[in-house]
Design a protein around this ligand. Sequence first.
Ligand SMILES: Cc1ncc(C[n+]2csc(CCOP(=O)(O)OP(=O)(O)O)c2C)c(N)n1
Ligand SMILES: [Mg+2]
Length: 268
Amino acid sequence: MRTDVSLHTPVRPPHGAGATAAGPYVQLIRPDGSRVTSSYDHWVNDVGPDQLRSLYEDMVVIRRIDTEATALQRQGQLGLWPPLLGQEAAQIGSARTLRPSDFVFGSYRENGVAWCRGVDPESLMRVWRGNAAAGWDPYSVNMAPTQVIIGAQALHAAGYGMGVVADGTDDAVITYFGDGATSQGDVNEAMVFAASFHTPVVFFCSNNQWAISEPVGLQAQVPIANRAPGFGIPSVRVDGNDVLAVMAVTREALDRARSGEDRASSRP
Ligand SMILES: Cc1ncc(C[n+]2csc(CCOP(=O)(O)OP(=O)(O)O)c2C)c(N)n1
Ligand SMILES: [Mg+2]
C-alpha cells in the first residue's frame, strides 16, 4: 500500500520508553538525550552532528517565532494564532525529510512545516492578521495555504496524490491533521480514496491529545494509528518529541509512497 499514517505523541509518554498505555511507539532519543537502538536506525544513519544541530536550530527558531506570534495575538495584533508549542520536533523532523517537489497539505498548526518549506515569518502571520486569504503562494513553496476546516486538507492531498499518479512522477504528498480530525468524515473519505487509488500520500496525525476541550480518549477507543490499517494503510506510532524518530518514520513512509510498488499490483 502506498499510503501511511504516522501518529505522534507530543505529550511526554508517561509509561516509560517505547510504550504507553495505548501501545508501543518508535523512539530513537530518550527524554534524557541518550540514544535508543531501534530497527529504524538505518533510516537515519546518515544524520550526523551537523544535521542534528541544524534540526535543533530549526526547532529553536520556530519556537521563537511561535512565542512572538502568540504574544502578538494576546496584544490584539493577530486575530488568532494556533500555537505549536510541543509540536516542534514532529513538524521539523517530518518536514526536513521532504523534497522541494513534494507537496504539503497542512492544517492551521503547521507553521513549523511552512518555515521548512521556505515561508518567511511575516508571511506565516499574514492570514491571522486578516491581511490576506493566503499567506504564501502555494506553488512557490509546494504547500497549500492554511486550512481551518478540520480535516479538509486530507481530501485535497488525496486528490493531489491521484494527480501525481496520473503524471507518473515519484513525488510524494504529505497531509497533517490533528487527533480530533481523525473523527471527521473528510479524513476517513480521504483514506478510502488514497488507498483505493494507490496514491503516494502520507497521512501524518499530530496527536496532541486534545481537540479543543475534548481529550483524545473520548473519541478513540483504540490508538488512533490503529484506524489506518482498516483502510489498508500501514501505520506507526512515534514519539512526537523525538525529532530523529519522526524523521525515521517519515522517511520510511515517504519511501513507500514514492516507490510505486503498488501501482502495478492487481486490486481486489
Ligand atoms: C469542520 C470543522 N468543525 C469544527 C471546527 C472547530 N474546531 C477548530 S479547532 C478544532 C479541534 C481540532 O482538534 P485536532 O484535530 O485534534 O487539532 P489540534 O487543534 O489539536 O491541532 C475544532 C473542532 C472547525 N474548524 N472545522
Ligand atoms: Mg489535537
